[in-house]
Design a protein. Structure first.
Length: 341
């Protein structure tokens, strides 16, 4: 038996500080104009927002700071009081600390207590995982209003003293790709303009090496020479389009939707150029793309919520939207289906 519909009542997002352009990034790290042009031409990200000041190294927005801001914005837009939330789920790959969870810090700041809270440790598919967990729990009838958050803050991994000219490409790509941000959605079983018809994830990494590794260093390893973040961008380019196509096909088959039933596509937001290539591979020619990565940078789990925020202002009654996310750390696909009411 199909689960009852859960509705998206509202979405809110938060970004730290002013946008950092490619020119500013190149100037800060002593790179020439050709490097700036390379970012524009081959990566396709114009700007990103960072929780670290590139000049002073001061942190000006933790994940909890951004999560609280995004959540408050989503609650206000939904006209929902914090005390009405009876379930909170968060997905992130970069919590402020291993304990306490960032989800609980946000709940405390919002004054939300006496409710179940969950924090899922995951990369770009974590936003879908958080929606999937919340939707499944709400379908049981035990919860009416959920606050779902997803986001990442990569500031702690920035080495502002690094000479980028000597970095391995697997490390260099992270400097230009990533930004920081958090998104939040209020889900309701009673009210909201958009139905969350499906949210599903699938682990597909058996026998496949990780495409991205984010290390954690305790005090015993603080002098480790291992890179904090590495990415096999070639593997990402190779596998993500195929995985995205597979996830889309499974989603549409499950719903009984045809390609031309889809009005909006929320494609994987890895980079501007890769998003364009993946959208072409997905082949939904009649669907309007909803993308944000070119202006926000790759802010991990937050990106789906930035797309949803834009979608909420565009989707109309009976319009259908699908979103795909692919996590390259150990290859997880995520998919969502939404329908205007």
């Amino acid at each position: 038996m199909d689960m009852p519909w859960v509705r998206v009542a509202s979405v809110g997002t938060a970004l730290p500080g002013p946008a950092v352009s490619n020119a500013e990034l190149a100037r800060r790290f002593g790179m020439d104009e050709l490097w700036e042009q390379w970012i524009d031409a081959f990566v396709g990200i114009r700007s990103r927002h960072l929780s670290v000041d590139l000049e002073t190294a001061e942190i000006h927005g933790t994940l909890a700071d951004l999560g609280t801001e995004a959540a408050a914005r989503a609650l206000e837009r939904a006209g929902t009081a914090a005390e009405d939330v009876d379930l909170l789920v968060m997905g992130t790959a970069t919590p402020d600390a291993l304990m306490p969870t960032t989800a609980n810090i946000v709940a405390d700041r919002l004054g939300i207590g006496d409710l179940p809270t969950y924090q899922l440790q995951s990369g770009c598919a974590g936003a879908v995982q958080a929606l999937e967990v919340a939707r499944s729990l709400m379908a049981s009838g035990a919860y009416r209003t959920a606050l779902v958050l997803a986001g990442d803050s990569c500031a702690k991994h920035f080495d502002l003293g690094a000479d980028l000219r000597n970095l391995d490409p697997s490390e260099l790509v992270n400097v230009v790709l990533f930004g920081d941000g958090v998104g939040a959605a209020v889900l309701s079983t009673e009210t909201g303009p958009v139905a969350l018809r499906r949210a599903a994830t699938r682990f597909t990494g058996v026998g496949r090496p990780p495409g991205q590794v984010v290390e954690w260093f305790g005090r015993a390893e603080r002098d480790s020479t291992r890179a904090a973040v590495t990415e096999d961008y070639k593997a990402v380019e190779t596998h993500v389009p195929t995985l995205a196509v597979e996830a889309l096909k499974e989603l549409l088959d499950d719903l009984g939707w045809a390609d031309d039933d889809v009005d909006f596509l929320l494609p994987p937001q890895l980079s501007g150029r890769m998003t364009e290539r993946i959208s072409e591979r997905l082949g939904l020619l009649g669907a309007q793309d909803v993308t944000r990565v070119d202006e926000t940078g790759n802010c991990g789990n937050a990106l789906l919520f930035f797309q949803l925020e834009r979608l909420m202002s565009q989707i109309g009654p009976e319009d259908r939207a699908v979103g795909i996310a692919v996590e390259s750390s150990k290859w997880i696909t995520g998919s969502v289906a939404l329908e205007g009411l």
